[in-house]
Design a binder for this molecule. Structure first.
Ligand code: SF4
Length: 228
């Protein structure tokens, strides 16, 4: 790998929250909401079918509806990088479900990563009491997306994306803004998405039922269990 991971999170970590604080006080993109679903459709126009894309996936249920769409345009490899799921048993359970889902559908290849829970704790230190969708989540998004960009760059993927925009509990504007910045930094194409649109979230529930997927009732980190 040409660069070390975690740079985004470190730049936005404890003691250097200026950028994050600014986002919260200014109301990020409040007056200029972009339609990322339409932006995605524009991006894929004219793309050669089978273009390689590295898709960060948080879990099998969220990946299901994303992959059902993406496989029509891309040759997808799923990257399972979720250091935020800090409890080992939960992490392994989600990963096993991801692998089983891909094995049963054949919709994507799979790329594993180290667990890296210590990196997550270091990145969100001081933000433990933040609510879901708060500053801790901004850092968490950045940590996972930067690793995805880094691995995409090192392994010849020209495109990367994340399943995280499928969830109505995630901030799609932040995710896409972060992806856009990382694309510039790493010289990659980031696929803008808002996978919850067009019934995406509902479709993920249908597919989860169809494949009997484990659907967790909390986001991932131990702090999110308060809201689970
Ligand atoms: S609530 Fe979810 S997105 Fe936010 S820090 Fe925890 S695991 Fe990450």
């Amino acid at each position: 790998m040409s660069r070390k991971s975690g740079g985004f999170a470190k730049k936005n970590g404890v003691g250097k929250l200026t950028k994050i604080d600014k986002i919260f006080t200014a109301g990020y993109n409040k007056d200029m909401k972009r339609n990322y679903e339409n932006e995605m459709l524009a991006q894929i126009q004219g793309l050669e079918k089978g273009t390689k894309l590295l898709l960060h996936s948080c879990c099998a249920p969220c990946s299901s509806a994303c992959l059902e769409r993406l496989k029509e345009w891309f040759s997808v490899t799923v990257l399972y990088y979720n250091p935020n799921v800090d409890e080992r048993a939960e992490y392994e359970k989600r990963k096993a479900e991801q692998i089983r889902f891909l094995r049963e559908t054949g919709w994507a290849d799979f790329l594993d990563c180290d667990h890296d829970a210590e990196k997550f704790f270091a990145a969100v230190q001081g933000l433990e009491q933040e609510p879901e969708r708060g500053k801790r989540c901004y850092v968490c998004y950045g940590l996972r997306l930067e690793k995805t960009a880094e691995i995409a760059k090192a392994n010849g993927f020209s495109w990367f994306a994340t399943t995280l925009t499928l969830s109505p509990y995630k901030n799609a504007e932040w995710l896409n803004e972060i992806g856009e910045k990382l694309a510039g930094r790493y010289g990659l194409n980031y696929l803008y998405t808002d996978f919850k649109k067009k019934g995406g979230y509902h479709r993920s529930i249908e597919l989860s039922d169809e494949y009997g997927l484990y659907r967790q009732n909390f986001c991932g980190c131990r702090f999110s269990k308060r809201n689970g």
